[in-house]
Design a protein around this ligand. Structure first.
Ligand SMILES: CC(C)(COP(=O)(O)OP(=O)(O)OC[C@H]1O[C@@H](n2cnc3c(N)ncnc32)[C@H](O)[C@@H]1OP(=O)(O)O)[C@@H](O)C(=O)NCCC(=O)NCCS
Length: 216
């Protein structure tokens, strides 16, 4: 008997009921591509900061890889980075107030470490924003650890490249501090634009932090 090949993971648009799965995957990959579990950082805070602007303001460009009804990866895309960056503080301020003041998370060392990281990285973030203007779209892509290497990331990537091209975008940029990020994005035509270092975070020393872009 011959075994049939594994069917490719379907890609579909994000639905609101997917949010808990996206938050979990976000947390499992947020620490330079690795899980934040060992750091004690608050999952809700981390996923609010990294996901919420996309889930609330650009859900039409958020896709998931679905493995038999289980979400195993996601791509949060944005065609107009400048607009989202303007909205981001308004989206995040009420959440931060809730976490830091109402839930009293500010007193927790992992929360302070995250805030310090955010403050220390803001100059590089602004530099990346300025350099990235010729490529107005951007994305974040994360696959659950158990499903990495199964084709989900590639399918999500190709899907967004096509959608951005169809929408008439001039190009897409990414910023990555994950060890596998640069070679993965190069595989899809992205070229390095600028390299900086991240601040240290939870005992991990500063990591290479790369702005990459592809013209469409
Ligand atoms: C990096 C990541 C998105 C890749 O997704 P994936 O599902 O594991 O990758 P796939 O199995 O879909 O591989 C797709 C293609 O990319 C290639 N590829 C995968 N990882 C690669 C790497 N590190 N370098 C070069 N090519 C790579 C594969 O060979 C495959 O090529 P093919 O389509 O020509 O056969 C995923 O491993 C991940 O989420 N890692 C943790 C978080 C992260 O690093 N996010 C991205 C950077 S911010």
């Amino acid at each position: 008997m011959t075994s049939s090949p594994t069917p490719p993971l379907p890609i579909r648009l994000f639905r609101s009921e997917d949010e808990p799965a996206l938050r979990r995957i976000c947390y499992q990959t947020a620490w330079f591509g690795s899980s934040m579990e060992a750091t004690g950082a608050d999952e809700c805070l981390v996923s609010d900061l990294l996901l919420l602007p996309y889930l609330r303001y650009t859900p039409e460009t958020v896709w998931v890889a679905d493995h038999g009804g289980q979400v195993v990866g996601y791509l949060t895309g944005c065609l107009d980075t400048v607009r989202l960056d303007r909205l981001r503080p308004w989206i995040l301020a009420p959440r931060l107030f809730r976490h830091l003041v109402l839930r009293r998370r500010l007193v927790q060392p992992p929360t302070r470490a995250l805030l310090r990281y955010g403050l220390q990285s803001r100059f590089v973030h602004r530099e990346f924003q300025r350099e990235a203007t010729p490529w107005p779209a951007h994305l974040h892509l994360n696959i659950a650890p158990a499903h990495q290497g199964t084709g989900a990331g590639g399918r999500l990537m190709r899907h967004f490249l096509q959608k951005a091209k169809n929408a008439g975008s001039a190009g897409i940029h990414v910023t990555t501090s994950s060890p596998h990020g640069p070679s993965f994005f190069e595989h899809y035509g992205f070229q390095p634009v600028l390299e900086r270092k991240t601040p240290a975070l939870f005992g991990r020393p500063p990591q290479p932090w790369l702005l990459m872009a592809v013209s469409l």
